[in-house]
Design a protein around this ligand. Structure first.
Ligand SMILES: NC(=O)c1ccc[n+]([C@@H]2O[C@H](COP(=O)([O-])OP(=O)(O)OC[C@H]3O[C@@H](n4cnc5c(N)ncnc54)[C@H](O)[C@@H]3O)[C@@H](O)[C@H]2O)c1
Ligand SMILES: O=P(O)(O)OC[C@H](O)CO
Length: 341
């Protein structure tokens, strides 16, 4: 039976482990907390992250990375973006043979502006322990995947063979997996929609309604596509699952951590208060910093992202940010996309 190591036992790592177990794979899941491992192995639950969900007994919890990675050739990496580099550093010490890494995290690193696959490749360097990197992204909240609700995602890699391997590992009757060769577009769409979801939540928290949400989603997608194309992505990817699809789910779902965090900020909570009350990663906060820096570096206009950056990190009041956005100079809608279709 094929064995897969899942590194990161938060809500997404656990839900994806369930998909793999449903596909009759043997899953070894790694978490940092001993009590969490004991709960997974004794009770087949991971109640902090996925309450009321029973896990398959094909999923075994491990505390040691060495044991988790032993005899596996496929690793599913699902830790927050800020933990990617340190996790790879630890993994490298324990790997004995090359692995294909499928990552399912969504973010961009502030400072370097690297995508996750780039960070993984950089950390492996010249080592032969990394075979391929694949990203799995798309509209997929862990809460619904764990209930086996119909869900669709995209996988992408520089290697079409590795994409197809990931597609075959995950696809089933509840979880439909497409391939897309546009690695840059898939990773950029998945990361940047979190910023737009924070803004949607924020405006809802301020009492604004659906017109505003539709405006932010549509113009948000325009600025995601603008920077993505500048980075080499295909514009069509942003109309797909990892672009528009994920934007819709994150900006409209009660499950979205980014939307909920934005909502609380709109209601007047400070960033620190919001983050300490969430208990789960809100990737959009750090990604907003990275995206803002990227827009400055590449000279790409990202007004919504810039407005959120000013609210989060420069003390601009949300009401002032709204005025700033609505008072911008007149524009032509499609030209602003700056996309040569
Ligand atoms: N939750 C979802 O529905 C969902 C869906 C798609 C993508 N994602 C993405 O998956 C990634 C993980 O999200 P999640 O929702 O599972 O997060 P989570 O907050 O539920 O869990 C994060 C996990 O990572 C571990 N972790 C935190 N810091 C760590 C560190 N420094 N080193 C090692 N492990 C660490 C935590 O202990 C926890 O097990 C994020 O990038 C997120 O955007 C989440
Ligand atoms: O709950 P969020 O806001 O972290 O979003 C999770 C996923 O990215 C949705 O596809």
């Amino acid at each position: 039976m094929t064995k897969v190591a899942v590194i990161g036992a938060g809500s997404w790592g656990t839900a994806l482990a369930m998909v793999l177990a449903d596909n009759e794979l043997e899953v070894k899941i790694w978490a940092r907390r001993k009590e969490q491992i004991e709960e997974i192995n004794r009770h087949h639950t991971n109640s902090k992250y996925l309450p009321n969900v029973v896990l398959s007994d094909r999923i075994a919890g491990h505390e040691e990375l060495r044991e988790t990675l032993k005899d596996v050739t496929i690793v599913l990496l699902v830790v927050p973006t800020k933990a990617i580099r340190e996790t790879i550093t630890e993994m490298k010490k324990e790997l004995k043979a090359p692995v294909t890494i499928i990552h399912a995290s969504k973010g961009i690193e502030p400072g370097t502006h690297k995508r996750i696959s780039e960070m993984i490749e950089e950390e492996f360097g010249d080592s032969e322990l990394l075979k391929d990197v694949v990203v799995l992204s798309g509209p997929s909240h862990a809460e619904e995947v764990s209930q086996r609700q119909p869900t669709t995602v995209t996988v992408s890699s520089k290697s079409s063979e590795a994409s197809e391997l990931a597609q075959d590992l995950f696809i089933n009757q509840h979880f439909r997996v497409y391939t897309n060769p546009d690695l840059v577009g898939v990773e950029i769409g998945g990361a940047l929609k979190n910023t737009i979801a924070l803004v949607c939540g924020l405006t809802n928290g301020l009492g604004m309604g659906d017109n505003t949400k539709a405006a932010i989603m549509t113009r948000g997608l325009a600025e995601i596509a603008r920077v993505g194309v500048k980075l080499g992505a295909s514009p069509l990817t942003f109309a797909g699952l990892s672009g528009l699809g994920d934007l819709i789910v994150t900006c409209t779902s009660v499950h979205s951590r980014n939307f909920r965090a934005g909502f609380m900020i709109g209601q007047g909570k400070t960033l620190d208060e919001v983050l300490s009350s969430m208990g789960m990663v809100v990737e959009g906060i750090r990604t907003t910093k990275a995206a803002y820096e990227l827009s400055q570096k590449l000279q790409v206009e990202m007004p919504i992202t810039s407005a959120l950056y000013a609210v989060l990190f420069e003390g601009l009041k949300p009401e002032q940010a709204t005025e700033r956005l609505m008072g911008r100079v007149k524009k032509h809608e499609v030209e602003q996309l700056n996309i040569d279709l």
